[in-house]
Design a protein around this ligand. Structure first.
Ligand code: ATP
Ligand code: MG
Length: 206
């Protein structure tokens, strides 16, 4: 049975789709990986449509509504890892995706409104008795934001990962080609950060 990672955060534009695509692309060469897009915006579907034939194979599916649970079960039975990209609101589908997860990954940009928005997702994961982890995304390379936000979240007992992802143009560039940063620019800082995030997540759940 597959491990399921649901990327969720009710605030829009925090990096859910970017991280779902990049984690899946990094996993694809070594694990049987499936991606499930339950966001009606379907940006992950667009990414997958751009994916070159030569790139590592990923199973892709986009469903919504009553079909989410059945589709997730189907993907789980045939893969090692399923990654779900969810919409920027906590609706029924997002709840189902959190219920079906072994781990809920919450991308948060280092600013107070993002952290406040993460609280709703954390509560939902706790209600469903699901493990959750916050990753700081789009961390600026200069300034003290990372330290300030990290200290604040640690003080509040929030489940913050050690790995962080910087604000890197490589993510959009790779996305435009249907690739992850580990494929488009494997030696970039973005790729290193992404691999560190993936290792930390796999260590948590395996
Ligand atoms: N680490 C990063 N560095 C630079 N740009 C990033 C990074 N992560 C995400 N972005 C950019 O931020 C924008 C929003 O990202 P993305 O679409 O992944 O967010 P989302 O949470 O899925 O949004 P929505 O809530 O609308 O589904 C995109 O333009 C993406 O390229
Ligand atoms: Mg998205």
């Amino acid at each position: 049975m597959a491990i399921v990672i649901t990327v969720a955060q009710q605030k829009g534009g925090t990096g859910k789709t970017t991280l779902a695509a990049n984690l899946a692309a990094a996993l694809a060469p070594s694990r049987k990986t499936a991606l499930l897009d339950i966001d009606p915006q379907h940006s992950l579907t667009r990414w997958h449509e751009l994916r070159p034939q030569t790139a590592a194979r990923l199973t892709f599916s986009d469903v919504s509504g009553w079909r989410v649970t059945g589709e997730l079960d189907r993907l789980k039975s045939a893969h090692e890892i399923v990654i779900i990209d969810s919409p920027p609101q906590i609706d029924t589908d997002a709840r189902l995706a959190i219920r079906g997860a072994n781990l809920v990954l919450i991308p948060v940009q280092p600013s107070p409104p993002d952290i406040w928005a993460a609280e709703g997702t954390l509560k939902l994961a706790a209600n469903e008795k699901r493990r959750a982890a916050i990753v700081l995304n789009r961390v600026p390379s200069s300034g003290k934001l990372r330290e300030t936000m990290t200290a604040q979240m640690q003080q509040d007992g929030k489940p913050l990962l050690t790995a962080t992802i910087g604000n890197r143009t490589g993510f959009a560039a790779a996305f435009a080609e249907g690739l992850g940063v580990t494929e488009a620019a494997p030696r970039s800082i973005a790729a290193n950060e992404l691999r560190a995030l993936l290792s930390e997540l796999l260590e948590m759940i395996e």
